[in-house]
Design a protein around this ligand. Structure first.
Ligand SMILES: [Fe+2]
Length: 284
């Protein structure tokens, strides 16, 4: 997929949903997203199931474990496997988290990178190398974090902008992560949005989160999308246009019809902005 080519609104591809999807993919679902780590090298009926869907629907790869900000060596073997997987299944967009999750071993958590000039250079060099191996630009996702990393020399939005510029990569915007971080760390989500390089947006995530008793938010992808997050999605489209967007749901998986309702809501917001864009183009 070229960055400018839209698949509309999509859904995370999960094994639990395969039986329902085999009975018929609702027309509201424009594409599926998967984590390549969960499918690379898979054989048997899972591989046949995946092939059935990738032959019929567009897919996007969203990585989980590349650890772009990690201190250890970049996992080039993983990138080569991902490249082969994408070619095999005709997938053209790959995104990863702007975070780190491994040193000698995997930490099974996505941790924030210190917002420093040295970290910009370190992570941008790793993104450039990843892009070199894959032969294409990748999208980096603004991550949720619960403790502000120490030693910061700039704000998060400035950090993301510097990495995108230095690496010449694309931005994967997660509006739920902005809501979670802005609530937990007390900043204005719209001002944050405005400080990002939104013209580089290739992909958008929308998701739900868990609210703890003291109001602290945890980015679980285990609940329905709430109104402030829909409003942020709307604000994002207002600024960068209706970019291909996916509903993430990783826990407490509801019936497919509930997820499709959320995909439809993404498509509705998207269509509103597409109509505005057409009016602007027609009127110009
Ligand atoms: Fe996300």
């Amino acid at each position: 997929m070229k960055a400018s080519q839209a698949f509309g609104a999509g859904l995370g591809f999960r094994r639990e949903l395969i039986p329902e999807l085999k009975a018929g993919v609702p027309p509201d679902i424009g594409f599926f997203e998967l984590a390549p780590e969960n499918w690379v090298g898979m054989g048997g009926s899972s591989a046949r199931d995946l092939r059935f869907f990738t032959e019929r629907y567009p897919f996007v790869c969203h990585g989980l474990s590349l650890s772009l900000g990690g201190p250890g060596a970049l996992d080039e073997a993983l990138l080569r496997r991902v490249k082969g997987f994408m070619r095999e299944h005709g997938i053209s967009l790959y995104t990863e988290h702007l975070s780190w999750c491994s040193d000698d071993g995997h930490l099974y958590d996505l941790l924030p990178i210190p917002f420093t000039g040295d970290a910009v250079k370190w992570v941008a060099a790793r993104i450039r190398r990843a892009q070199e191996i894959l032969g294409q630009r990748i999208g980096i996702e603004n991550a949720s974090y619960y403790v502000v990393p120490p030693g910061g020399e700039m704000g998060e939005a400035e950090f993301i902008s510097a990495v995108v510029a230095e690496a010449d990569c694309l931005l994967h915007l997660d509006v739920n992560n902005i809501h979670v971080n802005s609530t937990n760390h007390g900043y204005d989500p719209i001002a944050f949005l405005d400080a990002l390089p939104l013209q580089k947006t290739c992909y958008v995530h929308v998701a739900g989160h868990y609210v703890e008793a003291d109001g602290f938010l945890v980015d679980t992808h285990g609940a329905e999308v709430i109104e402030p997050v829909w409003a942020l999605l709307d604000a994002a489209y207002q600024r960068c246009g209706p970019v291909t967007s996916c509903v993430e749901r990783d826990f407490n998986i509801p019936p497919l019809t509930d997820l499709v309702d959320e995909v439809r809501q993404v498509a509705t917001i998207m269509a509103r902005h597409a109509a505005v864009a057409q009016r602007v183009i027609a009127g110009s």
